[in-house]
Design a protein around this ligand. Structure first.
Ligand code: FAD
Length: 271
C-alpha cells in the first residue's frame, strides 16, 4: 500500500500565509492544513505522555468488534491508557479491513503491479517544505512511530506518473471522426496539459482550488469555521467536477451564518 504521499497540494496555494495555532491557549485547535470537518489536533492528544487518557480501572474488560484500522487503533490506544483486558474480534481470516493490497500475478514476466482493493493514499496534512511525517494528522503520527515508508502517490497529471491519458468529452472534442485521447506529460511538475480547452479547464480548476484553499486557511479554526465549513458543504457537496468547471464563476466568496439555515458560499472558479 502507498501510505501517505510525500506531497500535499492544498497547502501549496500561491501567497498562502500559514500560521501556527490561532492562539496559544487553543491547545486542541488544529492548524491548517488539517482535516476540515473537525478542527481538533488529534496528534497533540496522542502525543501526550501516557496516551489519550488514564485508565482508572485497568482490569475493565473491553471488546472491540472488527480489526480494520479503526479497531486496531482503538485497541492500541486503550492499551496505552493502561487497560489490560482488551479483546479484538475479527470475522474474517485477516486484519486490516478495507486496507488490502493484492500482489500482481507472479506468473507475469513483465511486472508485478499490485492492486489496491481499498484505501491507497492517506493525506498527512504537512505544509510545503515540511517533512510529511511532521504533518498534524494521525496518519503522520502513526507513520512516524511505526516507521512506515512513504512514496509519491501516482496522481494523474502529476510528475509521479509517466503520462496521463485524458478523454475530454469522451474524446470527441472538436468533433473528430474517432475519439482522441490527449496525452499529458508533466515530468517537471509545471507542464500544462495539452490543448487550449484542457488548459482552460485546468486554469479554472487551479484558480478555484487556490481561492478555496486561501479562504479555508483564513478561517480555519476560527470562531466562524463551523459556519464556513457547513456553507461549503451545502454549496458544493452535490456538484460534480464537470459541472463545477462549466459553472459561471463568482468573483468573491460570500457566506451567510449557517444558523440562518440559508448558509451559502459562492466561490469564484475563474481567475
Ligand atoms: C475502494 C476504496 C478506496 C478507498 N480509498 C481510500 C483512500 O485512498 N484514502 C483513505 O483515507 N480512505 C480510503 N478509503 C476508505 C478507507 O478504506 C476506510 O475509511 C477505512 O479502511 C475504514 O476502516 P475501519 O477500520 O473503520 O473499517 P474496515 O476497514 O471496514 O474494517 C472493519 C472490520 O470489521 C470487521 N467486521 C465487520 N463486522 C464484523 C463483525 N460483526 N464481527 C467481527 N468483525 C467484523 C470487518 O471484517 C473488517 O475487517 C477507501 C475505501 C475503499 C472501499
Amino acid at each position: 500500500m502507498t501510505i501517505g504521499s510525500s506531497y500535499n497540494y492544498p497547502s501549496q496555494a500561491p501567497g498562502l500565509e500559514t500560521r501556527n495555532k490561532r492562539s496559544p491557549s487553543g491547545k486542541w485547535k488544529a492548524r491548517f492544513p488539517n482535516p476540515p470537518d473537525l478542527c481538533f489536533d488529534y496528534r497533540a492528544l496522542l502525543e501526550q505522555p501516557g496516551g489519550i487518557a488514564r485508565a482508572t480501572d485497568s482490569s475493565h474488560r473491553i471488546c472491540i468488534i472488527g480489526a480494520g484500522i479503526t479497531g486496531l487503533t482503538a485497541a492500541r490506544e486503550l492499551l496505552r491508557c493502561g487497560f489490560t483486558h482488551i479483546t479484538l474480534i475479527e470475522q474474517s481470516s485477516r486484519i486490516g479491513g478495507r486496507h488490502l493490497t493484492v500482489p500482481g500475478s507472479p506468473q507475469s514476466k513483465a511486472s508485478h503491479t499490485p492492486f489496491e482493493m481499498g484505501a491507497m493514499r492517506m493525506p498527512l496534512f504537512n505544509r510545503e517544505g515540511e517533512s510529511p511525517k511532521d504533518g498534524r494528522s494521525l496518519m503522520a503520527y502513526y507513520a512516524t512511530i511505526f516507521e512506515l515508508a512513504l512514496s509519491d502517490f501516482a496522481n494523474p497529471g502529476s510528475q509521479w506518473v509517466r503520462s496521463t491519458g485524458i478523454y475530454l468529452r469522451e474524446g470527441s472534442l472538436s468533433k473528430p471522426a474517432t475519439p482522441q485521447m490527449l496525452i499529458w506529460k508533466n515530468a517537471d511538475g509545471r507542464t500544462l496539459p495539452p490543448g487550449e480547452e484542457l488548459q482552460a479547464v485546468y486554469a479554472k480548476w487551479r484558480a478555484f482550488a487556490d481561492r478555496m484553499t486561501r479562504h479555508v486557511c483564513d478561517s480555519y479554526a476560527s470562531e466562524q469555521w463551523e459556519s464556513v465549513w457547513a456553507a461549503i458543504v451545502a454549496r458544493y457537496h452535490a456538484i460534480s467536477f464537470r459541472d463545477l468547471v462549466s459553472m459561471p464563476a463568482a468573483m468573491r466568496f460570500s457566506i451567510q451564518p449557517a444558523c440562518s439555515l440559508k448558509a451559502r458560499a459562492t466561490l469564484g472558479s475563474r481567475r
